[in-house]
Design a protein around this ligand. Structure first.
Ligand SMILES: *Cc1c(COP(=O)(O)O)cnc(C)c1O
Length: 360
């Protein structure tokens, strides 16, 4: 490796965070590994978790096949189910569980000639993205129970606003879910990361065989709209590093980088760091986005370019070419960087490009 830019993936932290999620819910839990495990590397994450995880969840068949081909044997759930009927045979071949979220998908499922499968039937309890509406739900349940294609039904819903600690929508969604599924047999699956941390009523019942679905919290970020004691034990998994490749002093009035977006207001020592939007570091990062160098938080200045960015290191007593730079990780929580970039840490993680080696 010649370029000093890489993401260190702390698999022990990943396992710790998964165990912590289960400690909170007491139920089974799918480790959600969609989008290449939120940019961390799905196969790396699955291998790290395979001795502890009850199952994995991914967005689509391709992601599931990648895990099966890497030798992962745990249950795998397709969170959006199948997109075409031709995938149904592959569900059997690769031994996958599917979500059923729409009437048209259920019709295809009922008509297909397939080996019987376990399915997750999704209720739209208020997110209004995927899921059957309450009036359709029981009808679909009855049809599936009567079908030879279905061995078992798990009731599922997804929460739209569980990150908002003061918002009543989560309780309303959970109440509707409880009402619609009342009296129907089968396990339930409701909780995503924010719900696992902050909404115990979403956790379900271990005895019924319920499943939580932690994603983002496994990677150690804060999935809530403010700090919360339940999130404190989480440990960051991705530590994004680069190094200083050039240092110069610029007089007051001198511009930096493309478009001269930043003009020095005083004598400024500027470090160039070998990471840019070609690595997935956000180009829209604003002036003042934090960057950790030699024990201090410094400020990003000037536009992020494809392969590098510039940082004001005037405040550092001691700084040299080759010094390590942390873009986020143990010393700089990714949520702080996300806030400065007007985005969420989920997006920062998943956008790190393949050019950045993941070292586990
Ligand atoms: C992505 C996803 C999750 C995980 O959400 P996090 O907020 O990352 O924990 C859970 N359930 C479904 C249906 C998802 O799509």
């Amino acid at each position: 490796m010649t370029r000093p830019t890489y993401a260190q993936i702390d698999c022990a932290a990943l396992v710790h965070n998964y165990r912590y999620a289960k400690e909170l819910t007491k139920t089974k839990a799918f480790a959600v590994l969609k989008a290449d495990a939120y940019g961390h590397g799905a196969v790396t994450a699955a291998r790290a978790l395979q001795s502890v995880a009850d199952g994995f969840a991914v967005a689509c068949l391709e992601e599931a096949i990648e895990l099966r081909e890497a030798g992962i044997v745990q249950p795998i759930l397709l969170l959006q189910g199948f997109f075409e009927v031709s995938e149904l045979d592959l569900l059997e071949t690769y031994n996958l569980w599917t979500v059923l979220h729409h009437k048209s998908q259920i019709e295809l499922f009922l008509q297909a000639k397939i080996a019987p499968l376990k399915v997750f039937l999704k209720l739209d309890s208020g997110m209004h993205r995927l899921g059957l509406n309450p009036a359709e739900y029981r009808i679909a349940y009855e049809q599936l129970i009567a079908s030879a294609n279905c061995t078992e039904i798990v009731h599922m819903t997804h929460l739209a606003r569980a990150d908002e600690l003061d918002c009543p929508a989560t309780s309303a969604q959970l109440a509707l879910f409880a009402e619609v599924t009342q009296g129907l047999s089968g396990a339930c699956s409701m909780a995503n990361s924010p719900a696992i941390l902050a909404w115990p009523e979403s956790h379900g019942q271990p005895k019924r065989g319920d499943w939580a679905r932690p994603g983002f919290m496994l990677y150690g970020g804060l999935p809530l709209d403010r700090a919360h004691p339940a999130a404190e034990p989480l440990q960051p998994v991705m530590h994004l590093y680069s190094a200083i490749t050039s240092i110069r002093e610029l007089a007051a009035g001198e511009p930096i980088g493309y478009g001269a977006r930043f003009i020095c207001s005083r004598l400024t020592r500027v470090a160039v760091v070998a990471i840019g939007y070609g690595d997935g570091y956000p180009r829209h990062a604003k002036e003042g986005t934090p960057v950790w160098i030699n024990g201090r938080i410094c400020s990003l200045i000037g536009r992020v370019s494809m392969d590098m960015l510039t940082v004001d290191v005037s405040a550092l007593a001691d700084v040299s070419i080759g010094d390590r730079v942390e873009l986020w990780g143990a010393n700089l929580p990714i949520n702080q960087v996300a806030r400065a970039c007007d985005t969420i840490a989920y997006e920062l993680m998943t956008q790190i490009t393949p050019r950045v080696p993941r070292l586990a």
